[in-house]
Design a binder for this molecule. Structure first.
Ligand code: GRF
Length: 200
């Protein structure tokens, strides 16, 4: 059973999807810790309401490295094996990434490598793509860049706004993230360079 920490800064719907999926019992993983860097994050409430150890770790007055070192101590004290970033609005420093090589997942609301960074759905709409989606990938030292575990696509309609497209993508995120966590937890990911192959 893998011990998972979820890091989130906002509303936490992906956190919720991971909680619900892991509690169903077909993923050999349990969420042992929720960490947020924002006091007003809805993710904080979700962690507490689901009886998971939940922590607000304020970044105030800390450098990125100092924050991540503190976070790393907390993760290690809780024997965390896997990190899932779920709308965590901080870039992780190498201290954390090197401590969890290929054990950190991120979800991004576009088909990477298209539209990394903030407002991916708006970027996609403005660019004029006809298909978008979401990507779950392993985290490396570049933002929205690591090896891709899986992607799910959605159509982009002429009538779409940033909100409607985001909502359509979000539905797919809630399916993709648990699926990717399951693959990682079952040790089924085989890395070949940037390619992630799935052991059947
Ligand atoms: C999601 O769109 C995710 O892809 C991105 O941040 C958003 C988080 O949403 N990284 P939520 O907090 O999980 O609802």
């Amino acid at each position: 059973m893998k011990r998972v920490a979820v890091l989130a800064s906002g509303r936490g719907t992906n956190l919720q999807a991971l909680i619900d999926a892991t509690r169903k019992g077909d993923i050999p993983a349990t969420i042992v810790l929720v960490v947020t860097d924002r006091e007003d994050a809805q993710a904080l409430k979700r962690g507490i309401q689901n009886f998971i150890k939940t922590l607000y770790l304020s970044p105030e007055g800390l450098s990125r490295e100092a924050y991540d070192s503190l976070l790393l101590e907390i993760l290690q004290a809780n024997q965390v094996d896997v990190l899932a970033l779920a709308g965590f609005m901080r870039i992780l420093s190498p201290v954390l990434i090197r401590a969890y090589p290929n054990k950190i997942l991120n979800i991004h609301p576009s088909l990477l490598p298209a539209f990394p960074g903030l407002h991916a759905q708006r970027q996609a709409l403005e660019y004029g793509v006809k298909v978008s989606g979401c990507t779950v990938h392993l985290v490396d030292e570049e933002v929205d860049h690591g090896p891709i575990i899986l992607q799910r696509t959605v159509p982009v309609f002429d009538t779409d706004t940033e909100e409607t497209l985001s909502a359509r993508i979000l539905e797919q995120e809630h399916l993709a993230y648990p699926e990717a966590l399951k693959l990682l937890a079952e040790d089924r990911l085989i890395l070949q360079g940037r390619r992630v192959l799935i052991r059947q």
